[in-house]
Design a protein around this ligand. Structure first.
Ligand code: NAD
Ligand code: UGA
Length: 461
């Protein structure tokens, strides 16, 4: 017990997951003191300021309501570990870039450092909760490290993977499809699990709080991302067939998605999925499968990523072909740079690959995005004078030969395309990598339209 709070909750790692998740817990559970710590001091300063380090609709309000009351952001990791009853670990677990498993396996160095720091600073037994996405059976390694302490302390390691999507994080946290909590099935494990159930039960209906063994919980997180990304790669593969056969991928997705067994979501053809997790989590599972000698399983899963790479390259090649096989010296405006709408995050954004390929073809790029220009500048730092960044889309298109839609921001659906057409070099092209623009209308204005998975509308024949 700690004064007016029934428990101290700590989250190590104040990123895209730790920040919104713990802010939601704090706002729904005033009886808990919730603290986030991070080694990145700038991030903590921003969490304590009026300009939060991440853009997420609704996040400002949730943070503002709880910050300074029962929600705190700090760089003092040691003292906060000492005082915590329950520690959520939400550090990054990127793909390893070196040594064994490079390019495939999860890099667990940040994860392991937190485990060592937890033992070094703890003076009482604690519950440690994996919030990061981790290879199945990571909890075992965590338990071994933590319980190797010589202070007589006991640590229960649980898995509580996060399923929120960026751009809808607050909505997803407020009414999740499910909350999953995995533990050892020992008395101590089950009792620890109940403590986490008790937190979520403050706002999540009981039938949506799922408990399981720890390995199934860890694996379910990876599997959910495999299913979602596999749907996107499948519809993107179909978009290529549509382009050859004059079928329309939107009509196909609608027809297929009305089958209740299939469902309508995650069937939007695109330039490929991005984001920090889909690719890394699939590759992680590919690596795990290979390490168990399940080569056929690994190959099957790996194709989800290979198809995604193919789709990005296919998009660039269709631009090249449509624009008379040369992009050198042409000015192309990228509409959006974030990996999806309603976020400023550009991690693994397909726009990065496409921009770099267009630069290789010696095009000049103008990048516009309502929230992601700061990250875009970092991603394309090597582009020099060949890349400019302009927030206003009307200004951005001035003197351009083509627009390529990278991100499905609502903003791009309702622009005045007549005004835009007038500012562009003719023949003017739109390559709609998200199928969000009114194609017949823009064709009537005079544009040559290249959607994904649909016949082009062109004045050029
Ligand atoms: P992130 O990079 O935004 O945040 C991780 C934070 O951890 C960083 O701020 C980093 O400085 C901090 N950190 C690293 N090592 C630390 C240490 N030793 N002590 C204190 N802080 C440390 O990453 P994220 O997007 O929040 O993802 C975190 C985890 O959640 C990953 O495993 C990811 O796969 C998973 N996940 C992410 C999402 C998402 O939408 N981004 C959704 C579900 C699950
Ligand atoms: C995804 C999952 O949806 C979350 O459940 C999961 O928690 C998270 O990964 C994670 O583990 O990090 P996120 O990557 O934030 O969330 O966003 P999504 O909405 O899933 O979109 C991922 C990518 O797929 C985006 O580039 C998006 O534009 C693309 N996408 C999505 C499509 O191309 N077509 C679709 O139909 C849907």
């Amino acid at each position: 017990m700690s004064g007016k709070y029934i428990k101290n909750l700590l989250c190590i790692g104040a990123g895209y997951v730790g920040g919104p998740t713990m802010a939601m817990i704090a706002s729904k559970c005033p009886q808990y003191r919730v603290t986030l710590v991070d080694i990145n001091h700038q991030r903590i300063d921003e969490w304590n300021s009026d300009r939060l380090p991440i853009y997420e609709p609704g996040l400002d309000e949730v943070v503002r309501a709880a910050r300074g009351k029962n929600l705190f952001f700090s760089t003092d990791i040691e003292n906060n570990i000492r005082e915590a009853d329950i520690i959520f670990v939400s550090v990054n677990t990127p793909t390893k870039t070196f040594g064994v498993g490079a390019g495939m396996a999860a890099d667990l160095q940040y994860w392991e450092k937190t485990a060592r720091q937890i033992i070094a600073c703890s003076e009482s037994s604690k519950i440690v909760v994996e919030k990061s996405t981790l290879p199945v059976r990571t909890a075992l390694a965590m338990e071994r490290i933590l319980n190797s302490n010589d202070k007589g302390l006991h640590f229960d390691v649980l898995s509580n993977p996060e399923f929120l999507a960026e751009g809808t994080a607050i909505k997803d946290l407020l009414s999740p499809d499910r909350v999953l909590i995995g533990s050892r099935l020992t008395d101590s494990g089950v009792a620890a699990r109940q403590q986490i159930v008790d937190i979520y039960a403050n706002w999540v209906p009981a039938d949506k709080i799922l408990t399981s063994d720890v390995w199934s919980s860890e694996l379910s997180k990876l599997v959910a991302n495999v299913f979602l990304s596999q749907r996107i790669s499948t519809i993107n593969a179909i978009s290529a067939i549509c382009e050859k056969t004059e079928a329309d991928v939107t009509n196909v997705a609608r027809a297929v998605g009305m089958d209740q067994r299939i469902g309508a979501r995650y069937l939007n053809a695109s330039i490929g999925f991005g984001g920090s997790c889909f690719k890394k989590d699939i590759l992680n599972l590919v690596y795990i499968s290979k390490s168990y000698g399940l080569d056929e399983v690994a190959d099957y899963l790996h194709y989800v990523v290979k198809m995604n790479d193919y789709q990005k390259e296919r998009f660039v090649e269709s631009m090249l072909q449509a624009m008379f096989n040369t992009l050198a010296g042409k000015r192309i405006c990228l509409f959006g740079f974030a990996f999806k709408a309603d976020t400023g995050d550009t991690r693994e954004s397909p726009a990065i690959y496409i921009a770099k390929r267009l630069l290789e073809e010696r095009a000049d790029l103008v990048i516009t995005d309502p929230k992601a220009l700061r990250n875009a500048r970092k991603d394309l730092a090597g582009g020099g004078d060949h890349v400019t960044y302009i927030a206003d889309p009307y200004e951005a298109v001035s003197g351009c030969h083509a627009i390529a839609v990278m991100t499905e921001w609502d903003l791009y659906k309702s622009l005045d395309y007549k005004k835009i057409f007038e500012k562009m070099i003719k023949p003017a092209f739109i390559f709609d990598g998200r199928n969000i623009i009114d194609h017949p209308r823009c064709f009537d204005i005079g544009f040559n339209i290249y959607p994904l998975g649909k016949p082009p509308l062109t004045h050029l024949e």
